[in-house]
Design a protein around this ligand. Structure first.
Ligand SMILES: [Zn+2]
Length: 442
């Protein structure tokens, strides 16, 4: 064959091959149709369609055509929000250490996140600079959930009193050095559970946070007259730092006369301190939350403080927390913002927690159940409610990772259509038939 003929034959082959694959893909991989979209960052609170392409939000608008997507799912009557962010969880498990948040008291996030619409968790200080890389290897790198971490100011992390009360292991410099090794993954510094009279953990945490340019979150431990809450919120912390367990009542959060927020809370908020729910196992009381919310002191963010005890007691999960706050006066729009754009902003990752075009397509589709529900607190008192949020569908990086009621699936005895592009929009692709399928074997 002459060179020219070879070239022609070759180009004909290329042409034929590209012709065979020339079926253009629709403009979008996935379309969520007709849901009530709540996207606080973009001030959207309306019925809209959400289109996704290549793991990113492609368009949010009413009346998009289902023919423009590989897969279209009807979510009318449901609420569509950015994937939820749980600002306070405990995930450093698997070490085998008993009775420790760097061990048995923590939970693997994938077992608890997607089923509640959560796509991002922030581990609140289970590991310090000494054991962060072990945590990363054991849990963070193996999880489907996006895990960001606050480094404990204690080098050994949350391994219990012997470690967490040791002021000699609270090293702001070493903590900052580890945080700077993993920018974007270590997104904060945590000070927690300290019972001593000194300011050491808070001061060292601020040193670390300042050097690494990340916020500090404080669980203020025991209430000590030598380190009053007022001074923490008005002098020690920086604007943009975070006070968690805001409705615990353990440390002068509440003004005893008005039952509203204490002066420290009021002046702290005025300075730019953020206040996080972190309801946990023993950190939320209606006797604080109800009057404080009635007087206008609402949370900046909702979070669970999820661990093996809180998830089985009053907290349960983030949607139970959100439903509880709706029962005591927050609106649906407020609780959604407090689980999306607000926590993203607190950790200075405003690229998360919204549905802006080009954002990573983490999405939660929620329904509101109506009925008789009850919500409890740390002292086992109760508030009744009439509505409860339930996660119907969760998307991570543009793919379905949880589908409570089979919204995406077709009836088993219906034609399944083209399955070749399933992997573009779901982590549950329908199986490609094997060559032997349909053949009777003897
Ligand atoms: Zn905690």
């Amino acid at each position: 064959m002459s060179t020219l003929k070879k070239l022609l034959a070759c180009s004909a082959l290329v042409f034929a091959a590209s012709g065979a694959a020339a079926q253009p893909l629709p403009a979008y991989d996935l379309l969520l149709r007709g849901g009530h979209v709540i996207d606080a960052k973009n001030h959207i609170d309306a019925v809209m369609d959400v289109a996704i392409k290549d793991g990113r939000i492609a368009k949010v608008a009413p009346g998009l055509s289902p023919g423009d997507a590989i897969k279209a799912i009807d979510v009318r009557g449901m609420i569509v929000t950015p994937g939820l962010i749980d600002l306070h969880t405990h995930n450093y498990t698997g070490t085998g250490e008993r009775g420790s948040y760097a061990g048995d008291l923590s939970v693997l996030p994938d077992g608890f996140t997607f089923r509640t619409g959560v796509t991002t968790v922030i581990d609140a200080g289970c590991a310090g600079w000494r054991n962060f890389e072990d945590f990363k290897d054991r849990v963070i790198d193996r999880s489907k959930t996006r895990i960001l971490a606050m480094l404990n100011i204690v080098g050994s992390g949350m391994r219990g009193g012997r470690y967490e009360q040791n002021t000699f292991d609270m090293d702001g410099e070493a903590t900052a050095k580890m945080a700077l090794r993993y920018p974007g993954l270590i997104i904060g510094v945590k000070s927690a559970h300290f019972n001593g009279p000194e300011w050491t953990p808070n001061e060292q945490a601020v040193i670390a946070g300042t050097k690494a340019n990340i916020p500090v979150m404080v669980d203020f431990g025991a209430d000590r007259p030598t380190r009053p809450l007022y001074d923490l919120l008005t002098k020690k912390l920086r604007p943009g730092d975070i006070y968690t367990h805001m409705y615990s009542g353990l440390r002068q959060e509440q003004d005893p006369a008005t039952l509203g927020p204490s002066k420290g809370f009021i002046d702290g908020r005025a300075r730019g301190i953020y206040f996080d729910a972190g309801t946990g196992g023993g950190s939320f009381k209606f006797s604080l939350a109800v009057p404080m919310i009635q007087q206008g002191f609402k949370p900046d963010s909702l979070s669970t403080d999820l661990h093996v005890d809180s998830m089985n007691s009053a907290t349960k999960d983030i949607l139970n927390v959100a439903s509880k706050f709706m029962a005591i006066g927050l609106t649906l729009q407020e609780v959604v913002a407090d689980m999306t754009a607000h926590p993203a902003h607190e950790i200075r990752h405003d690229e998360l927690g919204n549905l802006s075009v080009g954002s990573v397509a983490d999405v939660a589709v929620l329904s509101i159940q109506k009925g008789r529900f009850g919500f409890t607190d740390m002292v086992n008192t109760k508030v009744d409610g009439t509505q409860k949020l339930v996660a119907e569908l969760t998307l991570k990086d543009g793919k379905i990772v949880y589908d409570l009621n089979g919204l995406e699936a077709l009836p088993w005895n219906a034609p399944q259509g083209d399955i070749s592009q399933d992997k573009r929009w779901t982590s549950f692709p329908r199986p490609v038939p094997r060559p032997t399928d349909g053949v009777t074997l003897h």
